[in-house]
Design a protein around this ligand. Sequence first.
Ligand code: SF4
Length: 502
Amino acid sequence: MLHVEDVASMRTTSDRRGAHTVDSLAHESDLLDGQKPSEYCAVVGFNGADSAFANVLVSLKSLQHRGQESAGIAIYDGNSLNVRKGMGLVSEVFSDSYLENGGSLKGKVGIGHTRYSTAGTKTLENAGPFIVSNSIGYMALSHNGEIVNADPLREDLKKKGMTFLTSSDSEVMLNVLSKEVVENGIQRGLRLAMEKLRGAYSAAVVVNDRLFAIRDPHGFRPLIIGKVGENYIAASESCVLDILGGDLIRDVNPGEVVELTESGPVTLFSVPAKKTAHCMFEYVYFARPDSVIDKIEVYNVRINLGRKLAKEHPVEADIVIPVPDSARAQALGYSNESGIAYGEGLMKNRFSERTFIMPNQKSRTSALRLKLNPIKSAIEGKRIVLVDDSIIRGNTMKHIIKILRRSGASEVHVRIGSPEIIAACYFGVDMKTKKDFIAAGKTDEQIREEIGADSLGYTSIEGLVDSIGMPENNLCLGCITGRYPVSVAGERLTMQTELESY
Ligand code: SF4
C-alpha cells in the first residue's frame, strides 16, 4: 500500500494520482538569499536497524542550506511505502506538533529530500521524494542535480503510454529508472537507465526494501556514504555524519551505483566518464564549510580562495570584512595573506532567514537592513576590503556598499572569492538567465562602477582551480567559461560525453 501525506493540504491518499493541491506553506523568495545562486536539492538515504525516519529527519535538517522550499521523507516498512512531504522548511513539514503527536514514518529503509525550486514551479507536485508504484512494488527517488535531456525522455515515455504529473526532471528520472528496472531487473535496469540519463544526478533510490546511492558519470553533485552505529547512510554532504555521530566511509564515485545493505555498502557497477566534472560552486558557496567533498575539505578551499584573492588583488586597507555568513573563510584567507586585520563589520540577523518580497525599493532596502546591519565602530573612517564568495546580479552588493559608506567607510574595495559568473548552469543550480548576471558582457571596471566600489577584484580561474586542488579538466567551470562538460543544446562542449566515453 502506498500512503502519502501532503502537508500543504493535509490530505492523505492511497494513489499518487490524487491531486496535490495548495502551496499554503510556501514562502516568497528571500531578498538577500535570492541574490545568490540556489542549489536545487539535498538527498539522504538510510538503511539499518534504527529508525530510518529519525535519522533521515536529522540529516535533512543539517542539509537545509541545500533547499528551503520543500521537504519530504519516504520510508518502506516491509509492506508499504509511507511518504510525507510538503512546502516549507524541514522543521515546518515535520513540525514540533506533528512529532509531539506521535508523527513518524515506521520502517528501516528510507530516503529524504529538500528542494529549492525555480520561479513558476513552487508547487507540491514538484516536491521530493518522487514515488511510483509498478509491477515489482514501489520505487522512490530523491534527486539532486538536473537531467539535461529530460524533455526528450519525457516525450519518448509519453509516446509509450506513461503519464506525467509534474514538470520535474526528477519525475522523468524516476520513470526511466522504473521502466528499465521493471523490464530488466534492478542491476541491468539501473545501468540501462544511466545510459539514457544525461546531466547531473546524485540520488538515493528505494526499490521496496533495498536502498541504492547513484552518482552520475561526471560526479557533478556530491554524494557520500557513511556508517552511523550499525546503520548505513548516503547523503549529499559529509556534515550529516558529524551531526549523527557517524563516520565517513567514502564518496560515491562518479558513475557508481552502491547498494546500502544492512551489512554495508556494495558496489553494483560503475560507469564513469573519462573525466569528472565536479561543480566548482560546491566548494565556493553551496556546501557547508565543514563538509568534505571528493576528499577535499570545503573550508580549506575557501581559505585558499581568500589567500589567492589577496595575492592577485592586493590593496592598502585597514580592515577585511566578510559578507556574512558564506564569505567568512574567504575573508579570513585574505586577511591571513595580506596581514590586514579581519573584522566583523556587518551583523546578520539570524532570525530573519527569509523575508517577503517588498513592493518597492524603499521597503526592499529596509528588508536588507533587517538582515544586515553595520557595526559602525568597525567601519567608520576605515578603508575596507569587503569580501564575498560570488556576485550574481549585484543588487545586494550595491546596497551593502551604500550601507558601508553611510556608516562612514572611507573606501570600499570589493574582493570576490570566485571568477565572474557569465553563463547559465544546466546542472542543478538556479542560474539560467544570462542577462541577470552583472558580469555578462561587462568589464570588471564597468562592474566596479555599477556597484559603486573603489576597486574590484575577482579570483582568477587559475586561482580557483589551484585553490580547489583538482586538475582543471576534472571540474565543471561552465558558468564561468561558457563551456560545458555535457552537451547542452546551443552551448559549447569541453569534453567528450557520449556513452562511448564510459
Ligand atoms: S555550470 Fe557552474 S554552477 Fe553549474 S555545475 Fe557547472 S560549475 Fe557548478
